[in-house]
Ligand binder design. Sequence first.
Ligand SMILES: NC(=O)c1ccc[n+]([C@@H]2O[C@H](COP(=O)([O-])OP(=O)(O)OC[C@H]3O[C@@H](n4cnc5c(N)ncnc54)[C@H](OP(=O)(O)O)[C@@H]3O)[C@@H](O)[C@H]2O)c1
Length: 257
Amino acid sequence: MKIGIIGAGNMGSTAAHHFAEVGHEIMVCNSRGPETLTDLVDELGPNVQAGTVSETAEFGEIVIEAIPLHAYESLPADVLSGKIVISMANYYPGRDGLMDVGESYMALVAEHLEDSRVVKAFNATGWPTFRDEQRLDADPDDRIAVFVAGDDDEAKEVVSDLIEEIGFTPVDVGPLVEGGRHIENGSPIYTAALTASEAQPRLAALKTTVAAYEHGYYSSSQEITLQDLADELDMSEESLSERLRHGTELLISKYLD
Ligand SMILES: NC(=O)c1ccc[n+]([C@@H]2O[C@H](COP(=O)([O-])OP(=O)(O)OC[C@H]3O[C@@H](n4cnc5c(N)ncnc54)[C@H](OP(=O)(O)O)[C@@H]3O)[C@@H](O)[C@H]2O)c1
């Protein structure tokens, strides 16, 4: 498959390495032009070439964006129209400046790329983990989880297959914005380098705890009882309690770390 990678820093160049190694054709770009990427292209071998941003967007059947969030509006939405775009982006105010990101910065990216099939993936995989923890020979449960969020199930499947090809295990967190916010900076599963078997129960506990909060279970007037919440979430009271205990522990340990 032809994969275009916009951004050739830590994440973009590592993605180029991994996907080229399993036989994909790669074009990478940065903000300064292809002539600044000759060393990288030489190092990564014949499956990798450099282009401009619009050449890279044109080249890719799938395009990965791995640039700082503040530059999202420079992604060429017209050329990316109709394509699957994997967004690795995160929001760091110290780097990106203060931005009005609303419920999630992914809504901004998705709005800019409104005609693309945006899938959020790899954003919660720390770069050293992404670089060093490919486990091509391991059982899927024992590989490092790469969380995937998106509104287009078919696009998520394509991205999930690519994740498997390079030795990680995709773990679906749900829709782009609503699911994606569970894997953003501040979440206890963000860059936690979890195997898939560790990631699944933590994600479930976290989602349930957030849902409980949103239903008013933790409000001072406790707007909903455990029993009502169990009915609402279609769970037994026992497994709900267990998830809430686990989710609370995860959140507390995150903030005590
Ligand atoms: N590092 C991590 O552990 C990690 C993990 C997961 C996700 N992420 C996220 O992934 C994204 C990239 O992170 P990174 O660590 O790879 O950053 P990085 O090492 O700083 O690399 C950023 C790359 O983006 C390019 N770039 C910047 N503005 C651009 C534009 N307008 N058009 C095209 N290319 C542009 C830069 O090119 P120039 O050098 O030419 O400007 C550089 O190649 C960020 O949103 C980050 O939050 C990072």
